[in-house]
Design a protein around this ligand. Structure first.
Ligand code: 4AD
Ligand code: MG
Length: 477
């Protein structure tokens, strides 16, 4: 008989029919009721066994975490809490789980404890819900772009240029650490290395994506990126996934429109397609909020927040306006910010971003036209000569979720900016070629996928929305 998933059976009305299901035992009570889960849904199916006809030996092996196969009759449930159940006629233990050793017991575990058991934590309701939502979000990302005429580009993970300056990089080499050849100047001789030059793991696929946008028109990347910063926060990973659309002929306004439309679409997709998981995560967060002091509690539930973003425009504010707001804000005057805002040109820290979003505007904000001095070399210089066409999308509870810009398409201006920052033209000759041959206005942005998953699921720590997080001092699994 073909195997059904728990999801199919819970939605089915094939009453009094024979069904087969396989999964892992969540709980077993009264030597009679098994709650079985197979990952297809957050809900378990109740399997009722006939105590008389089940051997003592089998009963002892129905432990939390064990894999079992069940054959039986699907019936309408008499008990509370479920609509259907299986009256078991045959039960086979596929894989035992020793109750004295299995770490995931049917009780509340701390997120820290579960992080140490990242290979098993997805067997909990919270993590299975998060990972199903993550999967749906990535499908929605592809669907949005594919439906809107974008092509998916796979940019390299190993890169030969470290000019973007988006962050510290991880070196890629085939030299053994203590046996790297030394050149005449006493430095490591990368000419003898695998690629014949210094290489790193990429911090962003943008520069390569730009070359593709200048031929395919509308492109996007969706892949892993790496940053070797030693930031131990709830929002930073050393390995994370980034989505980077890049569009020929788009200016900054069109870029902002795209970021809003895109984020709304993917959030709406999961609201429609992940209802049960989101309901669960909504309740989880409400429960968690109750343990916080009143002043720190969020005014909206998770579902309210998601619906709010889907149904409201983001507020667009220039950097200069934002600095005025921050300078005159209560926390700044009362010296509550760790980094006080004194003058125009200051880099914004996450405390400032969160003040703007959570306290002042109370909605997602797009900040634009930042000082050139605090942004990357490739951003288009404004007529004022001191600001660039940059944009950051700021979200409640997250801070920066998107960073992007209109790109500098004028060869002479780009070269001047690179010279000022000591970036070697020879290293980026291929990037400069796009400005030499058929240059055009273009723009794009990068969205940190894990930050999006964090926002969507309400998880407070970014380590809990990626299966196996990579952070400083941590690469187990
Ligand atoms: O603002 P960033 O550094 O922008 C770029 O890399 C551009 N090249 C993007 C582009 O224009 N194509 O990074 C983009 C986003 C951030 O807004 C943030 O959401 C996420 O990537 N991000 C991180 N997420 C997790 N851990 C980290 N260490 C991150 N660093 C950036
Ligand atoms: Mg940024």
């Amino acid at each position: 008989m073909t195997r059904s998933s728990v999801l199919e059976l819970l939605q089915s009305d094939r009453f009094l029919q024979e069904v087969t299901v396989k999964g892992w035992v969540r709980t077993f009570r009264s030597n009679r009721f098994i709650a079985l889960n197979d990952g297809s849904t957050i809900n378990n199916i109740q399997c009722v066994i006939d105590f008389e006809s089940t051997t003592q030996e089998t009963l002892k092996r129905i432990n939390t975490g064990a894999a079992i196969a069940v054959k039986g009759t699907l019936v309408e449930s008499q008990g509370k809490g479920q609509s259907v159940e299986i009256q078991v006629t045959e039960l086979e233990i596929l894989g035992d789980s020793n109750p004295d050793e299995y770490p995931i017991q049917p009780k509340k575990h701390s997120l820290e404890f579960l992080r140490e058991n990242a290979h098993l934590r997805v067997r909990t309701n919270t993590f299975s819900a998060v990972m199903r939502v993550r999967s749906a979000l990535s499908f929605a990302v592809h669907r949005y772009f594919q439906e809107n005429g974008f092509y998916y580009v796979n940019t390299p993970i190993i890169t030969g240029s470290d000019a973007e300056g988006a962050g510290e990089m991880f070196k890629v080499t085939s030299f053994e650490a203590n046996k790297a050849p030394i050149d005449e100047a006493g430095k490591i001789d990368y000419k003898q290395d695998f690629f014949g030059k210094e290489t790193n793991l990429t911090v962003s696929g943008q520069l390569e994506a730009e070359t593709y946008a200048m031929a395919l028109g509308k492109v996007y990347t969706f892949g892993p990126t790496f940053r070797a910063e030693n930031s131990n926060t709830t929002r930073h990973l050393a390995e994370f996934w980034m989505i980077e659309p890049e569009v020929a002929f788009n200016d900054l306004d069109a870029n902002m429109d795209l970021s809003e439309d895109f984020i709304r679409y993917v959030l709406n997709y999961v609201l429609v397609n992940c209802k049960e998981d989101l309901d669960f995560l909504d309740q989880r967060l409400t429960q968690e909020e109750k343990s916080k002091p009143q002043a720190q509690r969020s005014e909206m539930s998770l579902l309210e927040k998601l619906n709010f973003v889907v149904n409201n425009n983001f507020k667009r504010v220039s950097y200069t306006e934002a600095i005025d707001i921050l300078r005159n804000s209560k926390p700044n005057k009362k010296k509550k910010f760790q980094f006080p805002i004194n003058e125009w040109g200051a880099d914004l820290q996450s405390e400032h971003e969160r003040y703007l979003v959570e306290k002042h505007f109370k909605c997602p904000v797009i900040l634009f036209d930042y000082p050139a001095t605090i942004k990357a070399f490739y951003m288009r210089l404004n007529e004022d000569g001191k600001t660039v066409r940059a944009m950051d999308v700021l979200f409640p509870g997250i801070g920066e979720i998107v960073g992007g810009s209109q790109r500098e398409e004028r060869l002479d201006v780009l070269k001047e900016k690179m010279a000022a920052l000591d970036i070697d033209e020879k290293e980026l000759w291929w990037y400069l070629d796009t400005r030499k041959f058929g240059t055009a206005v273009h723009a794009g942005f990068g969205l940190g996928f894990e930050r999006l998953v964090q926002f969507t699921t309400g998880m407070g720590n970014i380590r809990d929305v990626i299966p196996f997080p990579r952070t400083p001092q941590n690469a187990e699994f």
